[in-house]
Design a protein around this ligand. Structure first.
Ligand SMILES: Cc1ncc(COP(=O)(O)O)c(C=O)c1O
Length: 487
């Protein structure tokens, strides 16, 4: 695979001549490999490890508490004459060229993670030469002038319109990722209610439970329905004995594994029925996955600051399609005073989790929001939902257990038996389940390609009848299960 530096030992120099460097030659000799300057990475998929973490071919071990360095690209000291020979430059160019090929290949086979890989930000390449940093608060300039706050606030205003809050009533910022949005939203909740208890469904993203650990908050896990949605009957059961303490609730606008959307209105109603007035609870909406899709889905519960919610976050590299991890977090301005303090050094307010903040991300978001607009996103959402239905229907037709939640583009299905297949298609798995998150970059052709491979694979995996496809009734309901017992 490309990660092993030993494969990378030659390249074309900028004037077109082939340069074979000393360091590269050393690597080649050390590994007894025949030298092929034009080699491409034919099989960039990492080797398969068995369930104990052992690499089937090379004995690779995955051991918690022990770092594995076998696939790293070593950083080497330049040789004294590197500048004159150009060896090092050539070596590095070669590494990057081969890495690029791997990225192209891995992008082609990507289905399992909710990332939209379909974009063209060529127009922004000119900005790579700048160290753009929005350190501190988006609404208060620091003394550092190379920033992109004007783009950041434009993007925040766009989301404020989407989630129905007036410009003067919200505060927010562009985060590093959905996780940071959750960490921030829950932190604001904790600052508003220092003795509040955090409630989150057990299918919430692990960052929610990480927040509880980081802030040393009491955290109550709530059961879920088979769809993955929060079970409000259990929520009520868990709320009632704790009525003396305020509630901080994480509501999922798309769970990680099943893409389930918690019923925000029912959560609010449950709180009210349990006697919680609006000044006794704080709701953070984790919209990392579908925060930008939901507003365009007919019949979907509306995420809106007109409802008694405290904050909403979304990832920018998922549905939106930013090439670097980022996210958006919005909360009510009134809450932010509880969190912030003045930092003289920055001449700013300190309400963000991070200090330095990626100033490129807001420009990428601004660019794509401008290009697509509400209409563009609406079209993409419709396409994703259509394609997700197509995938689910074809899986079921082929006798494969599969489920698709009504408001979701995450198709959950039987975990493929072959781990090599799982790796190749980069499927995220949990127990007997795998899923494909249908994003705008997932076309019907790609799905057909995948479907043909999985159907063909199953005809081999289950050929002799000794092993059977797993039962998924407990995970996705017996009506969606096609195992021998439930089909
Ligand atoms: C529901 C949910 N929340 C939060 C996150 C974290 O988002 P990020 O990967 O942007 O940190 C994810 C990631 O998949 C998610 O599915």
């Amino acid at each position: 695979m490309v990660g092993s530096g030993v494969e990378v030992n030659a390249t074309m120099s900028s004037n077109g001549s082939l340069a074979i460097g000393k360091s590269m030659e050393r690597l080649r000799v050390a590994n007894g490999e025949s030298f092929d300057p034009m080699a491409v990475v034919t099989e960039p998929v990492p080797p398969v490890a068995d369930s104990n973490g052992h690499d089937a071919e090379k004995g690779r071990e995955i051991v918690l508490g022990k770092n594995v360095h076998t696939t790293c690209l070593e950083v080497t000291e330049p040789d004294a004459d590197d500048e004159s020979t150009g060896d090092k430059e050539a070596y590095m160019a070669s590494v990057l060229a081969r890495y690029r090929k791997t990225l192209v290949e891995r992008t082609k086979y990507h289905l399992g993670y909710p990332y939209n890989l379909d974009f063209d930000y060529g127009a922004l390449a000119q900005l790579q030469h700048f160290s753009i940093n929005n350190l501190g608060d988006p609404f208060i300039e620091s003394n550092y002038g190379v920033h992109s706050r004007q783009f950041e606030v434009g993007v925040l205003d766009w989301f404020a319109r989407l989630w129905e809050i007036e410009k003067n009533d919200y505060w927010g910022y562009i985060t590093n990722c959905g996780t940071e949005g959750n960490l921030h939203g829950i932190l604001v909740g904790r600052e508003v209610f220092p003795d509040g208890i955090l409630y989150a469904s057990k299918e919430s993203h692990y960052s929610v439970f990480k927040a509880a650990r980081m802030y040393r908050m009491e955290c109550v896990k709530v059961a879920t329905l088979v769809t993955g949605e929060i079970d409000c009957t259990d929520f009520k059961r868990k709320l009632l004995p704790n009525k003396d303490k305020p509630a901080i609730i994480n509501v999922n606008i798309g769970t990680t594994v099943k893409g389930a959307v918690d019923d925000l209105d029912l959560v609010i109603q449950t709180l009210e029925e349990c006697g919680y007035s609006h000044d006794r609870f704080y709701i953070h909406c984790d919209g990392a996955l579908f925060g930008l899709m939901m507003p365009f889905v007919k019949k979907a519960p509306k995420v809106s600051f007109k409802k008694p919610i405290g904050s909403v976050s979304v990832s920018g590299h998922k549905f939106v399609g930013c090439p670097m991890p980022c996210g958006v977090q919005l909360t009510r301005l009134q809450h932010i005073n509880a969190l912030s303090s003045n930092v003289e050094y920055l001449a700013s307010r300190d309400a963000t989790i991070m200090g330095s903040r990626n100033g490129h991300a807001p420009i990428f978001l601004w660019y794509t929001l401008n290009r697509k607009g509400y209409k563009g996103f609406q079209k993409e959402v419709q396409k994703c939902l259509r394609n997700a239905h197509y995938l689910k229907d074809r899986l079921r037709e082929a006798g494969i257990s599969a489920m698709l939640n009504e408001l979701s583009s995450t198709v959950v299905f039987e975990r493929p038996r072959d781990e090599e297949f799982v790796r190749r298609w980069q499927l995220a798995c949990e127990g007997n389940m795998a899923h494909v998150v249908v994003m705008p970059s997932v076309t019907v052709e790609k799905l057909d390609f995948f479907l043909n491979e999985i159907i063909q694979g199953r005809s081999i995996w289950y050929k002799d009848g000794n092993v059977h496809p797993p039962c998924l009734a407990a995970d996705i309901g017996s009506n969606n299960c096609s195992c021998a017992l439930h089909k």
